[in-house]
Design a protein. Structure first.
Length: 583
């Protein structure tokens, strides 16, 4: 109980039954004393000053002296009352128990010396690690509760220093520095440490590698210094599981490149033995092999198959760099072209490129091709044998005139038409003997008749025009069967039939290919071979020929304009050739 006596002095009376005088006045009370049980505490503000013996100190007026604006933390003790002026700032509270793998981060608000003799300055931070019971101090405030982070296998914790400090291993750390802790178990960060993240390891296999990049210059755990921006690979030979360091980042996962014994590849900008990329260089890798592409490397055309050449195949090569051929020892200059013939397996080096792959063209006795020299422009014919174009040749063809293309689009086949007598003189002689023209038209196709040492042949097609050769001239029959004189005036192109062939000489017509646009472009050409001094002429077999527009082709010792030259033809050993009809 508190009351006031003279001079307005407030006193505390702790008695069973107090007696009050006339000049006393009761201010507060009676009240219960404060009881602090074990493992509890309370905070008293403006505590009373006490002497060495623990007794309160009074001034000259008998008033208890107080420590104003100060606090006092009182733990378990005997029940006590509050002296006049004291305030219970915090009621009786249970003490905080700190378990294992947990800590309290404390901060000093006043300079003081701990019980152990450690001097603390205002602003210092430290940890109270469990297990234990924390007893508060008036000079200390609790900032937060920190729990330990469990590090599992193939894991690490990334830490950052909030200010200069020493880590758990005693290593000095500067403000903002980051580092990894890879030790398996629970890790409790220090007072000036903060957890950035938990990092998982990348498990490497024989087929997978890590593509890394340095974010700043640092030295890794193997003692290798990596500059800022440098890239490299980490393979299974280096480690089975890799945890990226704080100053490196994972760009991606690189899969292994595998080549069989029938494959190869060309690597652009390969990495040299010093680990630096050789920009502009090329590297050839042949199978069977497995490797990883280093950072900055790339395949020129991906994985390519080895060229397997048969007996009738070849490769046209072109040099892109000056080099010496390892197979033949020949010196090659840039731009040189040559051919490699089979059978063999070939892998082009980095100094050459494959222009094209050639295949031999099989030609029968009555077949041929035109080959044009790309250097000189000269066109020559090749016939009767299998031929492969060289590195300086190409197939040559001539485009058809529009009129010829129109005729080809009509799809007319003169070989399916009715027969027409080719020999006009033979027709007249048969008529004189009493045979009708219709009987002569029923003569089977290609059937010849002989009259006065002249041979005539019938051809199929009422719209076909045939050529008939006598001993002195070559006649051209119109689609109606009327003969035209070789020296007669040439009809216009529009009046010719689809297969009419005008001529002004036995084997060398004076017309040009452009004026013979209505002539046949495909069909069967039959030739009559005449001996020098034989009574009966001989006939060669029928040959199937293809016709395209071109210049005259040599046939034996003569040339023939068909309006379209032959791309495949028959060359015989006969001295003279007589075209009988073209279907």
């Amino acid at each position: 109980m508190s009351w006031t006596r003279t001079a307005h002095v407030t006193q505390l009376v702790v008695v069973g039954t107090p007696s009050r005088q006339d000049n006393d006045k009761v201010i507060v009370g009676p009240e219960k004393m404060i009881v602090v049980p074990p493992r509890h505490y309370c905070v008293v503000e403006n505590p009373a000053m006490k002497d060495k013996d623990g007794k309160p100190v009074f001034d000259t007026h008998g008033q208890i002296k107080l420590r104003h604006a100060d606090q006092e933390i009182r733990v378990a003790q005997d029940p006590f009352p509050l002296f006049p002026g004291e305030v219970l700032k915090q009621i009786v509270t249970q003490l905080k128990v700190v378990p294992a793998n947990t800590a309290l981060r404390l901060r000093a608000v006043l300079d003081f010396v701990e019980e152990g003799g450690s001097k603390r300055t205002a602003g210092d931070e430290w940890l109270f690690e469990g297990p234990g019971t924390y007893i508060p101090y008036k000079e200390v405030v609790v900032e937060e509760t920190i729990r330990a982070t469990v590090i599992k296998p193939n894991q690490a914790i990334k830490l950052r220093a909030r200010k200069e400090t020493l880590d758990r291993d005693g290593n000095p750390r500067v403000t903002g520095e980051e580092w990894l802790v890879k030790k398996i178990g629970a890790y409790l960060p220090g007072a000036y440490e903060e957890v950035v993240e938990l990092v998982d390891a990348y498990v490497l296999t024989e087929k997978v590698a890590l593509h890394m990049r340095a974010t700043r210059t640092f030295t890794d755990r193997n003692g290798v210094t990596h500059r800022n921006g440098e890239e490299w690979l980490i393979k299974m030979e280096d480690t089975e599981a890799h945890i990226p360091d704080v100053y490196e980042e994972v760009v991606g996962v690189t899969n292994i490149t595998t080549l069989t014994n029938r494959q190869y590849c060309v690597i652009l900008d390969p990495v040299g033995s010093d680990g630096k990329p050789q920009l502009g260089q090329r590297k050839l890798v042949k199978g069977e092999k497995s490797f990883f592409l280093e950072p900055g490397e790339r395949l020129e055309k991906g994985i390519q198959n080895v060229y397997v050449l048969g007996e009738d195949e070849g490769l046209i090569m072109k040099a892109i760099e000056e080099h010496t051929d390892p197979d033949t020892g020949a010196s090659r200059q840039p731009g040189d072209r040559w051919m490699i013939r089979g059978p063999q397996e070939y892998v082009p080096s980095v100094e050459v490129e494959v222009v094209t792959k050639q295949k031999a063209i099989p030609l029968d006795e009555n077949e041929g091709i035109y080959a044009r020299d790309i250097k000189t422009g000269k066109v020559r014919s090749v016939c009767g044998s299998t031929y492969m174009l060289t590195q300086d040749e190409e197939l040559w063809e001539k485009h058809l005139p529009p009129a010829v293309e129109d005729l080809l689009s009509q799809a007319k086949d003169p070989s399916l038409t009715a027969p027409i007598d080719l020999g006009q003189q033979s027709l007249q002689r048969e008529t004189k003997r009493g045979s009708s023209p219709s009987e002569s038209r029923t003569t089977p196709p290609c059937r010849s008749t002989t009259t006065n040492r002249r041979r005539h042949v019938s051809c199929s097609g009422p719209t076909s025009s045939c050529w008939s050769r006598t001993s002195s001239s070559l006649s051209c029959l119109s689609p109606a069967g009327n003969p035209r004189s070789p020296m007669s005036s040439r009809p216009s192109a529009s009046s010719w039939g689809p297969t009419s062939v005008p001529t002004s000489s036995p084997l060398r017509p004076r017309t040009t290919p452009d004026s013979l646009c209505n002539c046949p472009t495909t069909g069967i050409l039959r030739w009559q071979t005449r001996g020098a001094r034989r009574r009966r002429p001989r006939f060669s077999r029928c040959q199937t020929l293809s016709v395209t527009p071109a210049k005259p082709l040599p046939l034996g010792s003569e040339e023939l304009w068909l309006g379209s030259s032959l791309t495949t033809f028959t060359r015989t050993r006969q001295r003279s050739f007589v075209p009988l009809f073209l279907v």
